[in-house]
Design a protein around this ligand. Structure first.
Ligand code: COA
Length: 152
């Protein structure tokens, strides 16, 4: 598996996975906006020569937020999301981020376990945050290792 920055040429494969794997898929315009956002940070995982997953973050130093993380169904439970998270958090720490936030549906056990393993802890709950179906969001936070000073 190779993890690398998301490129505009990846857009069709991201859209295809969104349509296939997500009940409320991001539109092509939403994906394009994230690619073009000045404070956007997005990675893809290339698995067996195809796009197996992707993660979109936004930075607002010294904070960052995970907006979207999806692994194609056929590539799940092979540590693709873990690799995306590990590499993204290392890259974001190198940019100066010290805290990462995300929201997750309370019923999303797979994602909650993934994030717990990755060092996120619950720091809040937003009542009825999601629609279709209406559900609480859990706010998760992870402290990040600050990038080392070069002379250390
Ligand atoms: C959640 C998601 C990103 C996980 O991707 P993944 O590549 O399968 O995750 P990993 O293989 O890195 O899993 C790491 C750990 O997370 C937990 N985990 C992942 N999927 C799980 C599942 N379906 N059930 C229970 N635990 C799960 C396990 O602890 C797993 O370690 P293990 O396989 O050794 O038991 C993927 O299921 C997905 O794309 N879901 C739909 C989109 C989504 O919910 N995104 C998150 C929104 S906040």
């Amino acid at each position: 598996m190779i993890v690398r920055p998301l490129l505009p040429a990846d857009l069709p494969q991201v859209e295809e996975i969104e349509r296939r794997a997500m009940p409320a898929p991001w539109s092509a315009a939403q994906v394009r906006a994230e690619i073009e956002a000045a404070n956007g940070f997005a990675l893809v995982a290339i698995c067996g020569g195809t796009l197996g997953g992707y993660a979109f973050f936004r930075t607002c130093l010294p904070e960052c937020e995970l907006l979207h993380l999806v692994v194609a169904p056929e590539w799940r439970r092979r540590r693709v999301a873990t690799a995306l998270l590990d590499q993204a958090l290392a890259g974001l720490a190198a940019q100066g981020c010290t805290t990462c936030f995300l929201e997750v549906r309370a019923s999303n056990e797979a994602a909650r376990q993934l994030y717990t393993r990755a060092g996120f802890v619950q720091t809040g709950r937003r009542k009825h945050y999601y629609s279709q179906p209406v559900e609480d969001a859990l706010l998760l936070t992870r402290d990040m290792q600050p990038a080392r000073e070069e002379h250390e």
